[in-house]
Design a protein around this ligand. Structure first.
Ligand code: ZN
Ligand code: ZN
Length: 390
């Protein structure tokens, strides 16, 4: 089966497929209350529409402002009111157009970002609901920047683009009840538009255009990633209960020289023991000693939710620990927690992947290192492979 799949993948790379580009609808500033918006052109050409009717052409110097009144929107151009509407679309008239959007929140805080393609604005209970309708690749470049930061190798940006694209396409229904596909927060993937893109990010995204990671049964994978695994990644079921065949822990020495490979935290011994006693009884004096001299081998006995009631993920959140990979040492009235890595530890280790890219590994090698038995294919070929192997 795997040989057949490899042959089919090779053949397929010579075939060309034509299908429409994917547009993604991103809910901006999710869970924040936006009281007003100012919009102007950053690049390209635009018009403002109410449904399909153009209300106004937009010239480069115009500043449009939108404020909510109940369920409606008041639209002004350069300070002069144009009318009241239920829904406004600031629509691009040519490829590669982008808008500057400045919003003011209910707290008085303001934020300015640049977004590609269209903005769709409605009002709900006196707040603006703003959706960025963007070509998926321009969105992926924005997510790659927000999730990875600047200054990395192109091969690393290819890796981040593939996993961000895969995640987005596999989660297009995540916010369907709210009228958009994904939000712009870490709940989905962080996205601040295109204000800080750099050239390497764009190359990374466009050189992997349309490519996604699929499992051996040609399903798009849950492309989990985290900052630093601390030397060993984890199986999916160790963190989220559900095992997935491509999210399997492995040793990773690449990240050990990177900034988030180690951490330390000191907390009060009394607070630590009280916390442990609250969530589950320490049966004996030996148990108490063991939670004060905790090593990863004791995890199953003391902290596994299958035997006791304390989940490592909860413990991480309660004590604001960078990872669940740590040892504990008793020191006078304190316990010293010495940890490794940063994040949940499942899937791709970003700092390990960055290091691999610096050492000359290619994006596909890095993806295969962190995800077991996966294939990198063009999203438009998924149906072709499914039919072939069903
Ligand atoms: Zn979300
Ligand atoms: Zn790692």
């Amino acid at each position: 089966m795997r040989l057949l799949l490899s042959i089919a993948l090779t053949l397929c790379s010579f075939l060309s497929f034509s299908q429409d580009e994917v547009i993604i609808r991103v809910g901006l500033f999710d869970n924040e209350i936006v009281r007003s918006a100012k919009i102007s052109i950053n690049a390209g050409q635009y018009e403002v529409r109410d449904g399909s009717t153009p209300l106004a052409q937009v010239s480069r110097n115009n500043i449009f402002s939108v404020t909510p009144v109940g369920q409606e929107l008041v639209l002004s151009r350069d300070g002069i009111k144009l009318g009241t509407y239920k829904r406004l679309i600031v629509a691009s008239k040519q490829w590669e157009s982008s808008l500057r959007l400045k919003v003011r929140f209910n707290t008085g805080r303001e934020k300015t970002n640049i977004y590609p393609d269209n903005l769709v604005i409605t009002a709900k209970s006196g707040a603006l609901i703003i959706v960025n309708e963007s070509d998926i690749e321009r969105y992926v470049a924005g997510v790659t920047e927000a999730e990875a930061g600047k200054g990395h190798e192109v091969e690393y940006y290819k890796v981040q683009s593939v996993i961000s694209r895969t995640y987005a396409l596999a989660n297009m229904g995540r916010h369907s009840t709210e009228g958009f596909n994904v939000c712009d927060k870490v709940h989905c993937q962080a996205y601040h538009g295109m204000s800080r893109w750099d050239e390497n990010i764009l190359i990374g995204t466009y050189e992997t255009k349309d490519h996604v990671l699929v499992s051996s049964d040609i399903e798009m994978v849950t492309a989990a990633f985290h900052s630093n695994c601390g030397g060993h990644t984890l199986n999916s079921e160790h963190v989220w209960r559900k095992p997935l065949p491509y999210l399997v822990g492995r040793r990773d020495t690449f990240c050990m020289v990177m900034p988030h490979s180690h951490w330390e935290k000191t907390v009060s011994k009394t607070a630590w023991l009280n916390y442990m006693k609250r969530d589950f009884p320490l049966d004996s004096f030996e148990d108490s000693l063991s939670v004060l001299a905790f090593f990863p081998e004791n995890k199953t006995k003391f902290f596994s939710d299958s035997l006791r009631n304390l989940k490592m993920t909860k413990m991480r959140a309660d004590w604001k620990l960078r990872s669940a990979f740590f040892t504990i040492h008793e020191y006078q009235d304190s316990v010293q927690i010495i940890g490794r890595g940063f994040g949940h530890g499942v899937g791709l280790c970003q700092e390990g992947a960055m290091r691999m890219a610096t050492l000359g590994y290619e994006a596909k090698d890095i993806l295969h290192f962190y995800y077991r038995d996966v294939h990198l294919i063009d999203r438009r070929q998924i149906d072709f492979f499914r039919e072939d192997f069903d």
